[in-house]
Design a protein around this ligand. Sequence first.
Ligand SMILES: *Cc1c(COP(=O)(O)O)cnc(C)c1O
Length: 392
Amino acid sequence: MGKLDFLREEVEALREQGLYTTIRTISSAQGARFTVDATSVLNFCSNNYLGLANHPHLKKAAKRAIDTFGVGPGAVRTISGTQTLHLDLEKRLAKFKGTEATIVLQAGFTANLAVIPLLVGKEDVIFSDELNHASIIDGCRLSRARVARYTHNDPASLEKTLEENAAARRKLVITDGVFSMDGDIAPLPELVEVAERHDAMIMVDDAHGEGVMGRGGRGIVDHFDLVGRVDVEVGTLSKAFGVMGGYIAGCKDLIDYIKQRGRPFLFSTGLTPADTAAALGAVELLEESDDLVKQLWENTEYFKENMAALGFDLGDSVTPITPVMIGDAHLSSRFSQRLFEEGIFAQSLGFPTVPRDKARIRVMISAVHTRDDLDYALATFARVGRELDIIP
Ligand SMILES: *Cc1c(COP(=O)(O)O)cnc(C)c1O
């Protein structure tokens, strides 16, 4: 027996339970179409909401940055790795979000790990939506604060949990802005009110709302007109912004403290010049025009209306994330496989990503889909849906 044999056994066990993920390989840029395992298919599974992942403005900015700054930042930002580009991006993002300051990190995941442990510790309680993202869960664990989960999107449950923990030193409410599996959104005005009533800090992770919700894609806090009332916002540069990286937005004191004590900031090298410049290019585009955001919503409404008319169950989605509820995990994977054979790549999600009996195809709509792309997808969903007895 080798010391590492248990790893093979673990993977085997996943295979036996049908939980082994086959990772498909992409050999082209992200776009409405892309090449998957050497086949050209329509792309309905990326977070490239606005088509910025392959946008000429961002590509030009990245190339220019490489010519000026090279490819690597050379050191963590506190030693000698903070470049003018980083500061430009942070300033620009703060203006875009309407906050005093922002700090840019290597990923949205990392941003949660950086900020949560600085807000709360052992004597404190975190109030966390039961469906919050894995990176929030891990950030909570690192903080060593006690975690009290409240019922998904339920302000009354949050209030009750806050009442039960009234004695905590500090209280922090955390929610996703947009929930990535169902495409539903947090009832932020009510959550903010409850948090304010109990003198709790409130933090929103807006990874799927950034570039999608709010005026010109300013996010869910803007969407609900709550700028100034949410203490901490976490965002990603890797979804609608089309690049790579994450950020935290809030008051100057928050950002100052993260620069002094945020461990992923202090102990891990920052974004590359190309990523930073491309992200800056994304903010510039969004500030100039809301055309892409409008196109995203127009595509979303067209697709969802027609899918609902065909008889598909789209769950509670109110965003471009379109879950097509199937139920059984095997049927859902079969649906996804048939779609792929017909030229559409849309991922099937099963347990443990979603509850056991709630397997689904998750369709991600983008501004770069043409009307023809959407019509082809609708016709194919209808045909395969009837073939598998999912719709009448
Ligand atoms: C995707 C996602 C993240 C992680 O963002 P990355 O930039 O990909 O690391 C964090 N939080 C939520 C809610 C997400 O959906």
